[in-house]
Design a binder for this molecule. Sequence first.
Ligand SMILES: [Zn+2]
Length: 205
Amino acid sequence: MTKSMSCPSCGAPLDIKNRFVKMVTCDFCSQVMLLKDTGLDPTGRIAKLAELPSPLYLDATGTLSGQQFQVMGRLRYQYDEGMWDEWFLTIEGDKPGWLVEDEGEYTFYHKETLTSAIPPFEKVKVGSVIPIGNRQVFITQKGEANIVGGEGQLAFTILPGEEVRYLDGNSGQEQISVEYTTDEIEFLVGRSVARSDLVVDEEEW
Ligand SMILES: [Zn+2]
């Protein structure tokens, strides 16, 4: 299902790609907009991205561990030690998810609904085990990052310039990520993906 709209900032056509989309960046003028019932609401923020080497790109298709995917959008996070990208993918026959690309390492996450409270960011210590839902999560990292840019269409509203505090950890074989944003806490459960399990189709010119 796509829905045709146009950019309120520059008038370029914008096709909303699926029902999960809540935020759109115009491919032409880089204006970031929120998708509301009443239409596209410009935020006044501009999302420009410097290219980092990656096999992925906006609208890319391919397979992830054998499942067909399409890239809908991405966000770039910057922290003390560098940057990482989160690619928002739709997957055939599955919920959309986030493929995190950090210096050539890949982790694929699905968002899960929190069924219990998560301790406040300040209280969590690296090296401790915290309960999240029915999981015991070993915390391996905590930090702060800034959203420095984005492109395409995303399923939640996190704007360029926003700060995110995050926890990384694991629970058995599962990779766990918690992102505390201004409005909400995102709880993500994922798995490591070998580079060989990510096959990206050739870009069409
Ligand atoms: Zn535009």
